[in-house]
Design a protein around this ligand. Structure first.
Ligand SMILES: C[S@@+](CC[C@H](N)C(=O)[O-])C[C@H]1O[C@@H](n2cnc3c(N)ncnc32)[C@H](O)[C@@H]1O
Length: 282
């Protein structure tokens, strides 16, 4: 659970989700879940553009790396939690398609993206439709079946999947937004099969102090202005995002969000800007 509860504060305007007081520690806000949801609903239409622009087009490379480290097998069932507009789910799906020798033997619901912000899901589905169309045109004769990849509405803290039903479970730039990350990790552990892999992709802070200063300047002074301008956001989303990155939950133990729950580190690819954890379920 969040460590300190702020008194339940009315949101200042009908459109605001975050103000400077709440941003002192956004993870401790009692109704963080509702505020996060409202914020992502508001920025969903411009989410991809802002991602590409403000990561200098590096974000898709990070996701590709995550897929690579997952070590997919043709029969794997993948669940991408907090999927947003589906970028990581899509990369898993098309990777699966390749691993299968191009959807020769598709299995139902090979990749499932799940997100609790409903507004993200139509964008993800539309992206899948457009990419599948493009693939069909360039590479394949058979079309991908629509239920090979599906996007559903649901909460990381109460996943609508049976025990030990996934081989790979991922969460990209999502864990810091979950209201109770420990509860989510327990769910991941429940849903993963023994030997299944958990992929966590998140921002990290550069260790070099000069780089860290530049990075913080960019995230706190430049990005909130430009991203707010592009999205027309009034919820405070792009003030929340850099602050949530600075106040990350400290993992227990040195190697994971919950080292004591049978999810243990296998390999990781730390970088100065982002951190990728690959954990395998014991
Ligand atoms: C920064 S976006 C990341 C989206 C996507 N994974 C990507 O790589 O671009 C964070 C997403 O987490 C979702 N989210 C936050 N808390 C969640 C929860 N408890 N359950 C499901 N989704 C959640 C938000 O709705 C949002 O779409």
């Amino acid at each position: 659970m969040p460590t300190a509860e702020s008194s339940p504060q009315p949101i200042n305007s009908p459109e605001t989700a975050w103000d400077s007081q709440l941003l002192q520690n956004p993870h401790a806000v009692a109704d963080k879940r509702r505020r996060v949801q409202r914020m992502f609903a508001a920025i969903a239409p411009s989410y991809d553009l802002n991602n590409r622009l403000h990561s200098l087009w590096m974000d898709q490379r990070w996701r590709r790396k995550a897929v690579k480290l997952a070590g997919l097998k043709p029969s794997d069932r993948v669940i991408d939690v907090a999927c947003g507009t589906g970028d990581l789910s899509l990369q898993f799906y098309f990777e699966c398609a390749v691993a299968n020798g191009r959807v020769a033997t598709p299995k139902a619901q090979r990749v499932i993206g799940i997100d609790f912000t409903y507004e993200m899901l139509p964008l993800a589905r539309e992206k899948f439709r457009a990419i599948a169309e493009n693939w069909r045109y360039h590479y394949i004769s058979a079309s991908p079946r629509s239920n090979d990849l599906s996007f559903i509405n649901g909460d990381a803290q109460a996943l609508p999947f049976s025990d030990q039903s996934a081989d790979v479970l991922s969460i990209a730039f999502g864990i810091r937004n979950v209201a109770d990350p420990a509860a989510a990790i327990r769910e991941f552990h429940r849903v993963l099969r023994p030997g299944g892999r958990l992929i966590i992709l998140e921002f990290s802070l550069p260790t070099n102090s000069i780089l860290r200063g530049l990075y913080n300047f960019y995230f706190r002074k430049i990005l909130p202005r430009t991203a707010t301008l592009i999205s027309g956001d009034k919820t405070g989303a792009y003030k929340y995002l850099p602050e949530s990155r600075l106040h990350v939950h400290r993992p227990r133990g040195d190697d994971g969000h919950d080292a004591g729950r049978g999810v243990c580190r296998r390999r990781a690819a730390p970088d100065d800007l982002w951190r990728l954890r690959v954990l395998s379920r014991g």
